[in-house]
Ligand binder design. Sequence first.
Ligand code: PLP
Length: 369
Amino acid sequence: MTITPRVDQWVKQLVRPEIRQIQAYHVQAAQNMIKLDAMENPYPWPPAMQQAWLERLAGLTYNRYPDPNVSLIREPLTQLLKLPDHQQLVFGNGSDELIQILMMALSGQNRGVMSVAPTFVMYDMIARFVGMPYHSVQLNHDFTLDLNVFIEAMNQHQPAIVFIAYPNNPTGNAFTRQQVEQILEQAPGLVVVDEAYNAFAEDSFIADIDRFPNLVVMRTFSKVGLAGFRLGYMVGHQSWMKEFDKIRLPYNINSASQHGVAFALDHYAVLEAQAVSIKQQRSMMLDSLQAIGRTTVYPTQANFITLRLEPALSADAVFKALKQDGILIKNLSPSAGLLDNCLRVTVGSEQENQAFLASFRKHLTSMQK
Ligand SMILES: *Cc1c(COP(=O)(O)O)cnc(C)c1O
C-alpha cells in the first residue's frame, strides 16, 4: 500500500484551500531552443570580464554567512542612483521577494492590493500567498490605462498597496507620467512603481521619491543581464525602508550574488552597452514586424515586443510553428481577455532575432488568409 493517499488527505486537510487552488508558476522547457520567452539579456560577459570574475570567485569563501547589509552593492548603487541620505535601499532575492516583503508588511483585515490587468502575474499570486484581496482594473484594448476607471476603483477598494509596472509587463507600454502622478496623488495607500525594465525605458520615478510620501520604486538586475544572480532592490524614504527591512530574512542575498553584482557594477559600462544594442535590435524588430504585417504591434519601452495577430491567424498555431523551428517565445493567448491572440517576444541577439523573424515571416506568409 502506497502512502500517497494518506499524505494527500493530510495535505487536503491542512494546506489552505486558496493555496491548493493556485496553479504553480509555469516555466517552459527551453533546452536547445532560441530562448526569447523570459526577457533575459542575450549576451554573455566578454571573455576578459568572464576571466576576471573567475579570479574573483576563486577568492570567495563559503563557510561564513554573507554580509547581511549587502554593503558591496549598497555603496556603489547608492552613488550610481545619487540617492540622498534620507533615502534607502532594501535588497531582495529578485524583486519577486520584494513584492512579498511589501505585502507582508502591509497585509491585514480589509487591506487589499490593486493593479491593472493584464500585468505582472506575481502581484496577484503573492497577494494570494499572504491572504490579501487582489483587485485589478482592465486596461483598454490597446493596453493604455483609463485613469478615471482606475481612480474610481481605488476609491471603491481602498487598496493598501497599488502596483504599477512602468513599463508594464506583458504589454510593454508605459502609462503616461501624468497618469502615474495622478495615481500617486489619489491613492489611499502605498504606490509601488515597478521599474523592472528601466534600462530600456524613457522615464523613471526614482527622482520623484521626495515629491510623494507614498512612493516606493522597485527595480531588478534580472532584465539587464544578471537574471542568474537574483537581485532586486527598492528605493524609498528611510521611514518606509526601515520597516520593510525588518521583514527581509537575514542573509537573503547570498555571497556569490553579492560579489557577482558588485563585480558587474564595476563593469557597468558593459551592461549599458548591451542595453543600447538591445534597444537598437528592438527598433529593427519593430520595423521588420510592421513590414511582415497581419499583426498589431504595440509600442514598447521594454526589452520585449507584444503583438496581436489578425483574427484569421491563431496565436496558438503560430507559437507552435515557431517552437517546431526551435524558437521559444511566450504565448499570451491562453490568459484570454485582453491578451486574446497575443504573443510576446523578447528582444535577443541579432542572430536570434533574425532567426525569429525568418520563421515568423515564413509561417505568417504560408498560413491561410
Ligand atoms: C521580471 C519582472 C519582475 C521580477 O524580476 P526578478 O527581479 O527577476 O524577480 C518584476 N516586475 C516585473 C514587471 C517584471 O517583468
